[in-house]
Design a protein around this ligand. Sequence first.
Ligand code: ES4
Ligand code: ZN
Length: 326
Amino acid sequence: SDLDAFIAGLPKAELHLHIEGTLEPELMFALAQRNGVAIPFATVEEVRAAYSFSRLQDFLDIYYQGANVLLTRADFRDLAIAYFDRAAADGVVHAEIMFDPQTHTARGVAFETVLTGLMDGIADAEARHGMSVKLILCFLRHLDEADAFATLEAAGPWLEHITAVGLDSSELGHPPEKFARVFAAARAAGLRLVAHAGEEGPPEYVHQALDVLGIDRLDHGNRSLEDPVLTARLARMGMTLTVCPLSNLKLCVVDDMADHPIDRMLREGLRATINSDDPAYFGGYVADNYRAAAAARGLDRDDLALLARNSFLGSFLPDEAVAAHC
Ligand code: ES4
Ligand code: ZN
């Protein structure tokens, strides 16, 4: 339709994307074969059939299993290139992508292997698509503070290639305050700060992300809407929320796309953006997320243009680059 073409043609930034969550079943099989790694699926159809989740943890269990096929620098390069090709086709001109080093170092894959492979992919995206890319190193919040500190230490030689740290994985029971000291150390090292909060966790976790971690950007943030004072504060401070509609549906953060709060967020004055989170697992890349939200909530071209503009305003690009995109 006209709106589909408008969405695909709208220049946008992707701000909430886990590169391990872009591993399509076809590439999973190819890498399993290339590396001689066994996977518990016989066919691509079997893999897709397993992607039915009723909460975040159901997804995480299968997502960490999928990542087992990623072993070499070339694997991380190929994974990243496949994502950037899809993103470019969706109108993404700037991407700030998250990676989970602990998922790999725990299996004996060196931090350097992960980082250099992703950097190879980024060089390809810059050359072939003219895309700009920034990297966000995420700490797995189900692991302890010492493990996060060891990961920040491993990143030391690579800090000029990393823009921010983030916090992901199992939210309930792992509040932001658990990582207060490692986030303070990351800030002292010159990194920007983001955190997943208010996806499954309560508004209190969003308060902690703001007050204890001092985040620059909020990943998801849906449950902030339960707290009117928090909502007003996020709006007043111009905090960017990286919202992921298809993820929210697949992980049952919303029961139905027709109930998605994206338009309410905009009405409340929140700087909301639309992103794809783990597109290989949730049924679509960023343009699919714009389309699904638009269809379910009746978003018009002005709403969609505002969401895309918010994605640049909420990015970690320098002011001049933001201005050039807005
Ligand atoms: C994630 Cl949707 C989501 N939430 C928390 N952690 C994650 N890691 C990858 N996707
Ligand atoms: Zn996420």
